[in-house]
Design a protein around this ligand. Structure first.
Ligand code: NAP
Length: 331
């Protein structure tokens, strides 16, 4: 019997292809023989081996509908959108549009394509642990959604829509992603800010690192592992929602300690300055995912330890800054 359509290879449409996860996903799909169409924001440029680039704004629902119709994908991976909780406070309406409403336009377009062409279309939504707000840890698929930021609100709306479109016959799934990091994380996110900062101090380009809330506990995973989980979810027999997490939480302070140790620096207190302006308006104290469902049903589990994540990022950033000098800090 043929496997589910998502098992491929076939045609995939990836939004957010220029982002951390999108770029890893596109590499993985092309290696597996998929034809990959990637959505890029108008005016931005990006290229990836074997990826056919299309310019469209996630805020433009007509453009999204046309893109789905023209590319006729077997699977849509929706990874695009405003992905920063902090930034969502600056642009709450845009966040609602591109992170909350765009997935609805894409699912609607997928369902129309499926109905008009008789072609099965799968949909994967990059959902987020931020839909749970400050709910007590561990958070699982059945934890109530009580978002506490514009980003969480937008992701929560999209998450609810996945179940609605699934009920209408679209094979739509959500991966509820907890924090995941890599050397492709932008420095506007705290982990990369820390690893670049540690590397810059080690090389003598900086003397201190300024951070906000060190006590927030997060479930930090490795992005390429999480992309494997997305592939497993999109190719599963039955569409469903799954937590993607390591199951272990560490504080931002612990991440800084691990990064500074990897850089060969001593006590972080010698280099850290705390500035409340870098703290969020509202922050969940502890996010830790219960990923037992995806382990049980799809056989996925995280493979990269917390210490290895910090070490790989620091090693990369030491090499990067060694090659590019202090200018390498303005990524
Ligand atoms: P990312 O690196 O910030 O990538 C987001 C992508 O969306 C970028 O390619 C960005 O393009 C694109 N984008 C933003 N606004 C757009 C617009 N208006 N039109 C077209 N494209 C637009 O995010 P990521 O870390 O890879 O995360 C992937 C997905 O997982 C996101 O939906 C994120 O919210 C979700 N998620 C991530 C994490 C995590 O820890 N990484 C955790 C939970 C959920 P530009 O580069 O041109 O701006």
């Amino acid at each position: 019997m043929a496997g589910p359509v998502g098992a491929g290879p076939g045609v995939a449409l990836v939004t957010g292809v220029s982002g951390q996860d999108g770029s890893y996903l596109a590499e993985s799909l092309t290696k597996r023989g998929w034809t990959v169409h990637g959505l890029i924001r108008p005016g931005h440029s990006w290229s990836g081996d074997g990826v056919q680039v299309h310019h469209a704004d996630l805020a433009d629902s007509n453009g999204l509908v046309a893109l789905v119709r023209d590319t006729a994908p077997d699977v849509i991976y929706n990874l695009g959108g405003i992905s920063s909780v902090g930034y969502s406070w600056n642009e709450p309406y845009d966040t609602a549009l591109v992170t909350g409403a765009a997935p609805i336009a894409l699912m609607d377009a997928a369902l129309q394509l499926q109905r008009s062409e008789g072609k099965a279309v799968r949909f994967f939504q990059a959902s987020s642990a931020e839909i749970f707000g400050a709910a007590p840890a561990p958070q699982s698929e059945s934890t109530p959604r009580v978002p506490i930021s514009p980003y969480g609100v937008a992701k929560s709306m999209a998450h609810a829509a996945v179940a609605v479109f699934r009920s209408q016959g679209l094979a739509a799934s959500a991966g509820i992603l907890f924090n995941h990091e890599s050397v492709r994380r932008p420095p506007s996110f705290v982990t990369r800010k820390i690893t670049l900062g540690a590397a810059a101090i080690k090389l003598g380009f900086r003397t201190e690192l300024v951070l906000g809330n060190l006590d927030a506990q997060r479930d930090f995973g490795w992005a390429p592992d999480y992309v494997d989980a997305m592939l497993a979810i999109a190719s599963a027999e039955e569409p469903d929602d799954f937590i993607i997490a390591t199951g272990v939480a560490h504080s931002v302070r612990e991440f800084a300690e691990a990064a500074f140790a990897s850089a060969g620096l001593g006590e972080i207190e010698r280099y850290l300055r705390i500035d409340a302006r870098f703290s969020r308006a509202a922050d969940a104290p502890t996010m830790r995912g219960d990923a037992s469902k995806i382990a049980r049903e799809l056989g996925w589990k995280a493979t990269t330890s917390f210490e290895d994540i910090a070490r790989k990022m620091v090693e990369h950033d030491l090499e990067w800054l060694d090659q590019h000098g202090p200018e390498g800090l303005s990524l």
